[in-house]
Design a protein around this ligand. Structure first.
Ligand code: NDP
Length: 489
C-alpha cells in the first residue's frame, strides 16, 4: 500500500537524504523496469482521467511499495535541515517571542513608527497568576469541547506504516459553544475589556504555556517508535528537533494534541480577542457603535476562522498535519503567534482610530471576497481530489499521474499557479490591513510577514513535492510555471 502521509517514500528518483544507504542502490536496480514505465506514463501525462485511473491501477500492481517500506525504515533521519538549521532554529526560539512582545508594545504606543522603539515594561508587570489561570481555563474548556462526542469521525491520510488515524470533526461546534459562552458572559456584564487591558500578560501566559507544552512534547517523543517521528524533525539535534517537532502525531489516548491546537484555542482565541478590541474601542472612545474599519477587520477575520472550522476536515491534508511534527514552532505558532499577532489590526485600531468611507469599505470588501473565493475554491478542489480522485464532480479536471499513485492537478486552480490557495490567502491578508489606513506600516506587518511565510512555505513544499514526485513534479512545473503570483513569481 503506498504510504501517503510521509515524504520519505519512493518518488521515481533516488532520494538525496538516502545517499549513503546501500539498500538504495539495490532498490534502484529492482525498480528499473518500473522507472521505465513511469517515463512512458509521463509522456502521456495529460490523458483523460478514466484512462489515467486504469494506468495507475496497472502501475500500482507492480507493488513497488513493498520494497520502499524497507528503505523507509532504514533511513528515516532528517538530513536536510530547514529554517537555517541548528543556529536558525535556536535563534527563532528567542526571536519569535521577542517579536510578539515588540509588536504588542508598538501597537499600544501613540506613535508606532518603526524608529520609535517602545520601552520595556517592568518584568514583574508581564506576569499575573490570575491571567495565567484564565488562559488555562480557556485552553481546557476548548479541550473539553474537543472531547464532546458530537460531529463525525474521519480518517486522516495513511501514515508511513499504512495506518490511518481517526479525527473527530467538531471544530465548528466548539466555535458555536464558545460563542454561546462568550454571549452569556457579556449578558452578565462581564467586561471583555479585561482581555485588552491584560493583553501583554495573556501573551506571556500563552508563550509560557507553549514552551511548557513543547518541552513535554519533546520528552515524550524520545520514547515513541522511529516510524512515528516526523520526517522533517528527526535530525538527532536537540534544538532542531525541539523547534520543528520530533513526533508527527502526538496523542494522549485519542486526543490529538497537534490537531487540537491547530484550529481550536488559538484560532477561536483570535476572534475572541478581536471582539474584545471592538468593545475596547467603543469603551475608550465613548462610541455607541464600533468604527467601520473595526467592523470590517472583525468580519473578515471571523469569516476566515469560521471557514477554517467549517472545513476542518481539509486540514488533514495540509503540511502541518501530514509532514511537520509538533514542537515549539507549531505550539508557539498556534497558541501565541496566531491569536496575538493576527489580531494586530484590531489592536491597532483601538489606539489609532481610522475613518474610512463607504466606497473604500466596499472596495476592500470586494478585494477580500476575491481572495476568499480563490482561497476556498483552490483548497476545496485539492482536498476533494485528494480524498476521492474518482469523484464524478471533478471529472473535468486533468492531472499528471505520479509513481506514488496520486495525481497532480494541471487544470482548474492548480493549473493557474502552483499554490493558488496561497495567492487567495495573501489577497485576503491585504484586505485585512487596508482598513487601518496608511499612517503606519505596523498594521501591514501581517501581510508582509505572511508573504514571507508563504513564499518560504511554498519553497519547502516544492522541495518535498520534488522528492515525492520526481519527474512528474518537474513536468508539472513546466506546465504551470508560476508558483504563487501569476506572471510575477
Ligand atoms: P497546501 O494545502 O497547499 O498543500 C500542499 C500540498 O498539496 C502538496 O504538498 C501536495 O501534497 C499537494 N499538491 C501540490 N500541488 C498539487 C497539485 N497540482 N495537485 C494536487 N495536489 C497538489 O499546503 P499548506 O498546508 O501550506 O496550506 C493549506 C492552507 O492553509 C492554504 O490555504 C494556506 O494559505 C493556509 N495557511 C495559512 C496559514 C496562516 O497562518 N493563516 C499558515 C499556513 C498555511 P500531496 O501531493 O502529498 O497531497
Amino acid at each position: 500500500k503506498p504510504s501517503e502521509n510521509n515524504t520519505r517514500r519512493y518518488n521515481g528518483e533516488p532520494d538525496s537524504t538516502e545517499g549513503n544507504d546501500t539498500s538504495c542502490v539495490i532498490l534502484e536496480q529492482k525498480l528499473k523496469p518500473d522507472l521505465e514505465i513511469e517515463r512512458v506514463l509521463e509522456q502521456y501525462s495529460l490523458r483523460p482521467r478514466k484512462e489515467e485511473k486504469k494506468k495507475e491501477e496497472i502501475y500500482s500492481e507492480k507493488k513497488i511499495f513493498e520494497t520502499i517500506k524497507t528503505i523507509e525504515k532504514t533511513s528515516s533521519k532528517t538530513k536536510e535541515l530547514e529554517f537555517g538549521g541548528r543556529i536558525g532554529t535556536f535563534t527563532m526560539i528567542f526571536f519569535l517571542p521577542a517579536t510578539v512582545l515588540y509588536l504588542l508594545l508598538m501597537c499600544k504606543q501613540d506613535d508606532p513608527s518603526l524608529m520609535n522603539f517602545p520601552s520595556l515594561p517592568p518584568l514583574e508587570s508581564l506576569w499575573e497568576a490570575r491571567v495565567f489561570g484564565v488562559f488555562l481555563l480557556w485552553f481546557f474548556l476548548q479541550a473539553l469541547f474537543y472531547l464532546l462526542p458530537i460531529g463525525k469521525v474521519v480518517e486522516g491520510l495513511p501514515l508511513s506504516n499504512g495506518r490511518k488515524l481517526q479525527y473527530r470533526i467538531n471544530g465548528f461546534y466548539a466555535f458555536v459553544l464558545t460563542a454561546a459562552a462568550i454571549g452569556t458572559l457579556l449578558y452578565f456584564q462581564f467586561e471583555l475589556y479585561y482581555l485588552y487591558d491584560h493583553l501583554l500578560q495573556f501573551a506571556v501566559s500563552a508563550a509560557a504555556f507553549s514552551l511548557g507544552l513543547s518541552i513535554y512534547l519533546y520528552i515524550r517523543s524520545l520514547k515513541v517508535p522511529e516510524e512515528e517521528l516526523a520526517p522533517g524533525g528527526n535530525s538527532g539535534y536537540f534544538v532542531y528537533d525541539f523547534f520543528t517537532g520530533h513526533e508527527l502525531n502526538p496523542r494522549i489516548g485519542s486526543f490529538d494534541l497537534k490537531y487540537f491546537c491547530e484550529l481550536r484555542p488559538g484560532l477561536i482565541g483570535w476572534v475572541v480577542l478581536n471582539l474584545a478590541m471592538l468593545l475596547a474601542e467603543m469603551k475608550i472612545h465613548n462610541q455607541s457603535m464600533p468604527s467601520l474599519s473595526m467592523i470590517l477587520v472583525n468580519i473578515f477575520q471571523l469569516l476566515y476562522v469560521v471557514d477554517a472550522l467549517w472545513n476542518e476536515e481539509a486540514i488533514l491534508t495540509t503540511m502541518d498535519i501530514t509532514h511537520d511534527g509538533f514542537g515549539f514552532m507549531l505550539a508557539f505558532g498556534d497558541l501565541v503567534w496566531v491569536p496575538f499577532v493576527y489580531s494586530l489590526q484590531a489592536l491597532y485600531l483601538v489606539g489609532h482610530p481610522t475613518a474610512i468611507s463607504w466606497p473604500v469599505a466596499a472596495a476592500i470588501t470586494i478585494l477580500n471576497c476575491i481572495g476568499y473565493y480563490i482561497f476556498r475554491s483552490a483548497n476545496s478542489q485539492k482536498n476533494n481530489f485528494r480524498r476521492n480522485p474518482a469523484d464524478p464532480k471533478l471529472a473535468y479536471l486533468k492531472f499528471i499521474p505520479t509513481a506514488t499513485g496520486k495525481g497532480l492537478l494541471v487544470t482548474g486552480w492548480w493549473g493557474f499557479v502552483r499554490h493558488p490557495n496561497y495567492l487567495g490567502d495573501i489577497i485576503m491578508a491585504l484586505a485585512w490591513s487596508l482598513p487601518c489606513g496608511f499612517n503606519h506600516i505596523l498594521p501591514y506587518f501581517y501581510v508582509i510577514y505572511f508573504i514571507c511565510l508563504l513564499v518560504h512555505r511554498e519553497a519547502r513544499d516544492e522541495h518535498h513535492c520534488k522528492q515525492k514526485y520526481g519527474l512528474a513534479w518537474e513536468r508539472y512545473c513546466q506546465r504551470v510555471p508560476y508558483r504563487i503570483f501569476p506572471y510575477i513569481y
